[in-house]
Ligand binder design. Structure first.
Ligand SMILES: Nc1ncnc2c1ncn2[C@@H]1O[C@H](COP(=O)(O)O)[C@@H](OP(=O)(O)O)[C@H]1O
Ligand SMILES: CCc1ccc(OS(=O)(=O)O)cc1
Length: 259
């Protein structure tokens, strides 16, 4: 199946995946009520979203850390604009954790008054593009990338979910003073997972004992996430998002070639 021209929904200049997003939700985004203790992971697609979802799930939930609870990271930290499981955000207990690909200019206005915390993860655009190419060829609803040259044009033109990589990163960076925000680089997370976990937990003001830190660092490795059904998105991809073939995973390679 090739979903060229049908899978992108352009709203106020930004491309969403059309079938996962709710038009009413988008229309009312600006007024979505933000709580002081909300936390958002924000990324351009393919930049380390589900990795950071796993790290925050491990930081916040003891039952996730010690594996006594079997709740997926998507249930613990739902996508804000792609609420595929129809989570009731308004009645969710605090602290609410979300992840999102929204550009800075579309987020609820409450976030801009430094209410709530944002962790913005960015990644070398060549690796983002490579990851995105394989992902587009894997996911039924996306337009297949065909060859890399063809996909690269789409990526550079911003004809993908998330629009232009550069606009996304620049928008958040240039407006960083409007938000309570921590920037994390995928490549740094890869180089030093432990320091990254500590940096994130300090930003979130979450006290962690040495054993907790060890458990988080260990369970956030690429290999351990690959084999953790709570974090690897295998079931979500197969049954909720839809794959073209049985091959292929969200956790594909996890390489960091650097900037
Ligand atoms: N623990 C981890 N360590 C390194 N990379 C990880 C990771 N968990 C996920 N990733 C990588 O993050 C990318 C997906 O990003 P997102 O969650 O934003 O869609 C994939 O990149 P690759 O396709 O290059 O392997 C995936 O493998
Ligand atoms: C869980 C719904 C979802 C959200 C985003 C996806 O892809 S991308 O990150 O926008 O490329 C896929 C599924």
């Amino acid at each position: 199946m090739d979903n060229k021209d049908t899978y992108l929904l352009n709203f106020k200049g930004y491309n969403f995946e059309s079938s996962f997003v709710d038009a009413d939700f988008l229309e009312n985004l600006d007024d979505f009520e933000i709580r002081d203790d909300d936390v958002f992971i924000i990324t351009f697609p393919k930049s380390g979203t589900i990795w950071t979802q796993q790290i925050l799930s491990l930081i916040y939930f003891e039952g996730h850390r010690n594996r006594t609870e079997d709740l997926s990271t998507l249930d613990r930290i739902p996508f804000f604009e792609y609420n595929i499981r129809k989570t009731d955000f308004l009645n969710r207990p605090s602290p609410r954790l979300f992840c999102s690909h929204l550009p800075y200019y579309l987020v609820p206005k409450g976030l801009k008054s430094k209410k709530a915390k944002i962790i913005y993860v960015y990644r070398n655009p060549k690796d983002v593009m490579t990851s995105y190419f394989h992902f587009s060829n894997l996911v039924v609803r996306f337009e297949a990338g065909n060859d890399m040259e063809h996909f690269m044009k789409r990526f550079l033109d911003g004809n993908v979910v998330g629009s232009r990589w550069f606009d996304h990163v620049r928008g958040w960076y240039e407006h960083r003073h409007d938000f309570s925000i921590l920037f994390m680089m995928y490549e740094e997370m890869k180089k030093d997972r432990r320091s990254s976990v500590l940096k994130i937990s300090r930003f979130l003001e979450k006290e962690l004992g040495e054993e907790d830190v060890e458990a988080i660092v260990e369970q956030a490795t690429f290999q351990n996430m690959q084999s953790d059904p709570r974090a690897n998105y295998d079931e979500i991809l197969k049954y909720e998002v839809g794959k073209r073939t049985d091959e292929g995973h969200f956790l594909r390679k996890g390489d960091a070639q650097g900037f």
